[in-house]
Design a protein. Structure first.
Length: 74
């Protein structure tokens, strides 16, 4: 039972990181729309949006894999 609880807590931790990354991603997109002038900062924000979006997708797939593993534990 301890292994099951540890897996649930780990998934909860990953969900918290996922929510944080989505908030960062959405705030960067909002900043980009507000400051639509093309500058070096805009390039950095676009790179940040791209990186955080890729990390969100990878983390989402990892969490789904952990949930499937959790079903195998039970």
């Amino acid at each position: 039972m301890a292994k099951l609880d540890r897996a649930k807590e780990y998934i909860g931790f990953l969900k918290a990181i996922f929510i944080m990354l989505v908030a960062i991603d959405s705030s960067l997109i909002a900043w980009l729309f507000k400051n639509s002038t093309f500058s070096f900062n805009s390039i950095l924000v676009i790179i940040g949006i791209s990186v955080s979006s890729i990390v969100i997708i990878i983390l989402f797939k990892y969490v789904l894999k952990k949930i499937v593993e959790l079903e195998e534990i039970v």
